[in-house]
Ligand binder design. Sequence first.
Ligand SMILES: [Zn+2]
Length: 593
Amino acid sequence: MTATAPREEQLWSRCAGCASLLYRKRLRRNLDVCPECGEHARLGAPERLRQLVDPGSLRPLPDGLPEADPIGFVDVLPYPHRLTAARASTGLAEAVVCATATIGGHPATLAVMDFRFLGGSLGCAVGELITRAAERALDDRTPLILVTASGGARMQEGALSLMQMATVSQAIAALREAGLLTVSVLTDPTYGGVAASFATNTDLVLAESGARMGFAGPRVIRQVTGRALPEGFQTADFLLRHGQVDMVVQRRSLRGRLVALLAATRAARPTRADGSGRPPVPRQEPAPHRERLAEDGPAPVRSAAGGDAAAEAAPTTPGASAAPAVRDAWDTVRTARHPGRPTALDFLDSVFDGFVELHGDRLGGDCPAIVGGVARLAGRHVMVIGHQKGHTTAELVARNFGMASPAGHRKALRLMRLAARLGLPVVTLVDTPGADPGVGAEEQGQAAAIAENILTLTVLPTPVLAVITGEGGSGGALALAVADRVLMLENAVYSVISPEGCAAILWPDRSAAPQAARALRLTAPDLCRLGVVDEIVPEPSGAAHDDPAETARRLRAALLTNLLPLLEVPPAMLVRLRRQRFRRFGAARAGAR
Ligand SMILES: [Zn+2]
């Protein structure tokens, strides 16, 4: 390439929709919308902000965070190299730019994602920056506007990236409680963990014309179902037709729509008694500071089931066997998926008494992959909700392999809220490969269903105890695992993405799943070390399926040990502590060294 070639390229650009060659300046004047076919080209965050806010009103929020590589992730490239390259090519510190500004004279706080930066992936820094923006909105009593563009969670940060869905959601819950408007603007593309959290659990959801949004991506759904997808699947118009967004907006109308919405909600706000600018609203919790993390460098790469980690996370439950044998992460994945492994219904029979199953989401469905109802644990009444797999192929098929549909998530939500009203603690049993990768699940609003559960759990005023019993697969698992205490059976796994899925994206092919399993830090000892999991429940020699009765005995002991202290804590305090637990993951991304 000659020295003049890049300049030539910058003058002209080819429309991705109609392939017209367009004069760059003309395209920019038209807000990067093709004048020939109306295709909305993707915008970087700085340009998006420029289009939306009043000239001269933009005040960027600080974006300097210490560099971190919390799980020492290496695929074919070390993660820090990918970060450095993304910074160099975009000129941005991270995949989101946050700011305060006015829009049509109305003050607002904005967080705008940038897909050019590692696919707009949601890592700890992105979660932290958006959470801080939400906290700023709460302080200033302004609406929060989120412009999303993301492929999903950042798998190079393992389960910590998954936790960001809860971290940001608890901040959005605080704005809800304070009566402050939250708006998300979906832009192309918005998928995975972002779709299943703050892109859809805001008050209003706008979709920019041409944007696509969903939990599972079209490629994955096509692979799993082996069928062609419906015309326009997951596009803004599809979302509108299926009741998932408030409106589809052309880019040239977006600013005007936001102004109208901000004006309407401003009128609805209570008048301030003293006539001063700001009501005296105290901040809830001071945000933890990041400064102490400054010295974090890349963590050394260790084998996933490293001896140190296993020893640190030694089981504390009475009756624990001697030090567990060090197992390769991939072996653990296979054990977690063993067809003989006890299921939720098995545990409901062996750990609990008097289970009475409750069915239905009251909106038209009863998902067989989620079971729930009231039961007794050592004489105490609890609400138990779990993913149900099965031991035979027929059982697995009947239960959709433990993959909940939106109806399943909504049934779980109904039971969680019921538990809170009745003053029952919630125990969840998590064992799912992930959410349902099907066309129907997307049509029925899978992302929003998961997002609402995550947000609700962050503020549910009753004790919540989660146990990862088998596979804790991504957002589908987190939808039942935002809890006061998170326990994990010794051979369970918990991950932002399946090792096969991770290998397909970051390695040449899926056969690298064992390497991906090691890189993702998805075993119980690793997750204890990262603070994602509080306690490991040891399994009998061999694994849970070799001695289900002993497994049940140990699980019951661990549940009681963890639940009884929670019953003493007043609900308001529980909620505060739970929010702090998930707030920490934004700030403490390198807390795991
Ligand atoms: Zn075009």
